[in-house]
Design a protein around this ligand. Structure first.
Ligand code: KG4
Ligand code: ZN
Length: 366
């Protein structure tokens, strides 16, 4: 079975062709970073308009690169939730048009399901081992951060074990990067600069480091960085990425050192809570997903901590972590193989279909 996937929930217009078994035949991602960079974040209306310009060419490119015609695919899968509704609608309408014209079945896919199953994609050399059910997965992206127990690839077999009470981890990376003058998106910039910094030069308190709880919080650490900046403690805030601000004689802190300390605090908590979740649930397989799973320190820590606890850690390649349509095609293939179909009345929604255990801002302490 071959499935065409379409994704437009945020600032990437993407399309891909994937086999039911997970083999990726094509994976086309058009990034809108240049559109939003001048504003320091995603502007929803500009996102919708740019999706509209690009969705046709991106779908055509995905079919071409896969070497298949639309007649050869067995179904069309599209992200219909959660995300920016105006942006989602562009993908949903495009997918409906293609599916209707070609007489193919259509399925809507929850973007979070895509991230949770992205580790099953097979891209060729360097694929990680396939996760075995049940597994625990840390989904850390720009819009969501939670740890899930996944018993089967179905929404009703996935339980949220703990989530952030406020900002998503990727949102914290983006906001801290903005405070430090590193531009948007901030995750990759902080990742690169942190490699040249010294985390021990500035102390930032770890976010919700309480041992027992699987809940998380990332707004406090962002405020700690904001305070350092507003007090003029951070040197060379406007230095270009890659250059290290001159190391002080005790008067200030280099940007790279703030990056290193922030990244170390955030990834330390994420990795430890993920492994704690595996221990608590008695499962052996641990999976990373979402854009923050592209972070080099989080990937390293997950492997380190996992092997120390004799867990099997599955870290997907970068292209499977950040937003893409291959993961949507795969999650759609699973639905189609189960005989599921959506009608032409499929709509977009800002909310996930996965059950939520932690309420933003009002989480309960485990
Ligand atoms: O999954 P994703 O591509 O889109 C959403 O569904 O949100 O995640 C995007 C997020 C952004 O906040 C971005 O800064 C972050 O992932 N990100 C990273 C890295 N690469 C992307 N965060 C930390 N380190 C990275 N290397
Ligand atoms: Zn995403």
């Amino acid at each position: 079975m071959l499935v065409l996937g379409v994704e437009s929930s945020c600032d990437e217009t993407a399309a891909a062709v994937v086999e039911h078994g997970g083999r990726v035949l094509s994976d086309v991602v058009h990034s809108q970073v240049a559109v939003h960079a001048p504003y320091g974040g995603v502007v929803p209306e500009l996102a919708s308009r740019d999706h509209l310009r690009n969705v046709g060419p991106v779908v055509r490119a995905a079919l071409e690169r896969a070497g298949v015609g639309i007649g050869e695919v067995d179904g069309v899968a599209v992200t219909n939730r959660p995300g920016l509704v105006g942006a989602l609608l562009v993908g949903v309408q495009a997918a409906k048009g293609v599916a209707w014209a070609a007489g193919k079945p259509l399925v809507g896919v929850d973007h979070l399901m895509g991230h949770l199953l992205a580790a099953f994609l097979r891209r060729g050399d360097g694929d990680p081992p396939l996760p075995r059910f049940p597994f625990v997965c840390l989904l850390a992206s720009g819009g969501h951060t939670a740890i899930y127990r996944v018993d089967a690839p179905r929404a009703d077999a996935i339980a949220e074990l703990g989530a952030t009470r406020d900002d998503a981890a990727g949102e914290a990376f983006d906001k801290v990067a903005k405070l430090l003058g590193l531009g948007y998106p901030g995750g990759p910039a902080i990742d690169r600069l942190a490699a040249t910094g010294d985390a021990s030069r500035v102390k930032l308190a770890g976010p919700m480091a309480s041992r027992a709880s699987l809940e998380m919080s990332f707004s406090g650490i962002k405020t700690q960085v904001a305070l350092l900046v507003s007090r003029g403690r951070v040197l060379g805030r406007s230095v270009r990425e890659g250059e290290r601000a001159g190391v002080d004689g005790g008067a200030g802190i280099a940007v790279a050192d703030v990056c290193a300390s922030f990244q170390s605090a955030v990834t330390g908590v994420l990795a430890r809570k993920l492994m704690d979740a595996a221990t608590r649930e008695g499962v052996e397989d641990v999976v990373l997903g979402g854009g923050v799973a592209a972070n080099s320190e989080l990937r390293r820590r997950a492997h380190e901590l996992g092997s120390a606890r004799a867990l099997r850690v599955v870290v997907p390649p970068l292209a499977s972590c950040t937003d893409n349509a291959a993961m949507i095609a795969y999650a759609g293939a699973v639905r189609l193989a189960d005989g599921e179909r959506d009608g032409w009345s499929l709509t977009a929604s800002g909310q996930t279909s996965l059950q939520r255990a932690t309420r933003k801002g009002r989480g309960r302490r485990a």
